[in-house]
Design a protein around this ligand. Sequence first.
Ligand SMILES: Cc1cc2nc3c(=O)[nH]c(=O)nc-3n(C[C@H](O)[C@H](O)[C@H](O)COP(=O)(O)OP(=O)(O)OC[C@H]3O[C@@H](n4cnc5c(N)ncnc54)[C@H](O)[C@@H]3O)c2cc1C
Length: 469
Amino acid sequence: MSTAIVVGGGPNGLAAAVTLAQHGVQVTVLEAADEVGGGARSSEAILPGLLHDDCSAIHPMAVGSPFLSGLDPDRYGLQWRWPQVDCAHPLDDGSAGVLYRSVEQTAAGLGRDGGRWRRLFEGPVARFDALNTDIMGPLLRLPHHPLTLARFGAPTALPASGLAHWFRTPQARALFIGVAAHAFRPLHYPMTSAIGLGILTAGHRHGWAVAAGGSQAIADAMAAALIELGGTIETGVRVASASQLPPADVTLFDLAPDAVAQILGDRLPRRVARAYRRFRRGPGAFKVDFAVEQRVPWTNHDARLAGTVHLAGTHRELAATERDVHAGRMPERPFVLVGQQYLADPQRSVGDVHPVWTYAHVPHGYTGDATAAIIAQIERFAPGFRDRVVGQAVRSTGEMAVYNPNFAGGDIMTGAKDVRQLVFGPRITLSPYSTGIPGTYICSAATPPGPGAHGMCGANAARLALRHL
Ligand SMILES: Cc1cc2nc3c(=O)[nH]c(=O)nc-3n(C[C@H](O)[C@H](O)[C@H](O)COP(=O)(O)OP(=O)(O)OC[C@H]3O[C@@H](n4cnc5c(N)ncnc54)[C@H](O)[C@@H]3O)c2cc1C
């Protein structure tokens, strides 16, 4: 029987392990933390019974993930829940750009931009299932559906600020650019539309779902599938050097490239080691979870129903804050993302106290405290919020890296998504999962298709490992 070691039990490590085990490989996962899940863990961080997502919260990319759908998630206790409104981006005048799963419903709310929203998304959403097989893998390969991909791909090359200007209303501009800003990039740079268009298209197809019982349910489902297939999980094992690795036919790392370089040392071909050490990190996230009595008193009605609320003001203001963050300057009013997962999954609340998940975009390695700036941004669109907070839990960029070294400096994307790293992954190659050592692979969110709890980086790398075996 062939054997495999997977270092790191995040969604991608677990997906790699399950994929290998499904093909009869004896797999062992070595995980540094006391439990698996990486960026898909949940905890009662503030009050007993009040359930917060420690990292990932909203899953438009995971619902339609070919790996997760193929797992029969229901059988392992993974169920998706959807809020009434996917995302709202409120503005100071009390209006908002409002996103629904339906393109039609979204367009209907965008006034004279409705037609443009429809034109941008109707086609790709109708063909999303075909498109998904191409965008959930390395970008540089022969596509299965070249025409569909080419039609989808053309606007992804544009800077998000440029594409936002194609819309005419402040609501549609803000709605689009708020999602594009998930890329953590200056929004006037080329290809900064790509991640936003991907999330929006997937969301219009599958909705901005949350996992019932917290994002931990995603990792738990993968772990249960692995155990059922005869795999082994060892927690509390931090791999620091190659000498710690048990012998195996294949080894996969669910780690950032710089960590892989450190562990494998001079076993890596020199050109790969150089590329991994030069891997560029992105800005940071500063996270605050709140326990909130009653609900967040949003001025805008749709924000009260939205699973996700983007707080930044206009598209211009957001573009300026993202430029500052990229340049290492902490903006006075940062981009704040708010998750109200309990609206779709009420079991996370305790009576009338609700878990509210937030993080702000901050410079990489930011050492200050962004809590006051986050509260001020929420107060701007929900006056009176502060008085409803009965508890909070803060995770700074430094604490984020301790929680999970893949998020060094608070970089929750596992690497900057600049054009080179977005297109190629950790190094310039047509085989982004290969480390250059036969039988040894990298499968974290630093590889295509990138961040998210969809498991597709792991599943793709495992398929390469199976071919080697
Ligand atoms: C605050 C925050 C919010 C986010 N929001 C969303 C969201 O809403 N939607 C979304 O789709 N994504 C979101 N993400 C991103 C998502 O969580 C990640 O992209 C995803 O978890 C990446 O999965 P992974 O398996 O590649 O790596 P990780 O989840 O980083 O897992 C890596 C695992 O490796 C372990 N490890 C690290 N070093 C070692 C070592 N030396 N030895 C052994 N084990 C080690 C870690 O403990 C961890 O368990 C968010 C992330 C954060 C932090």
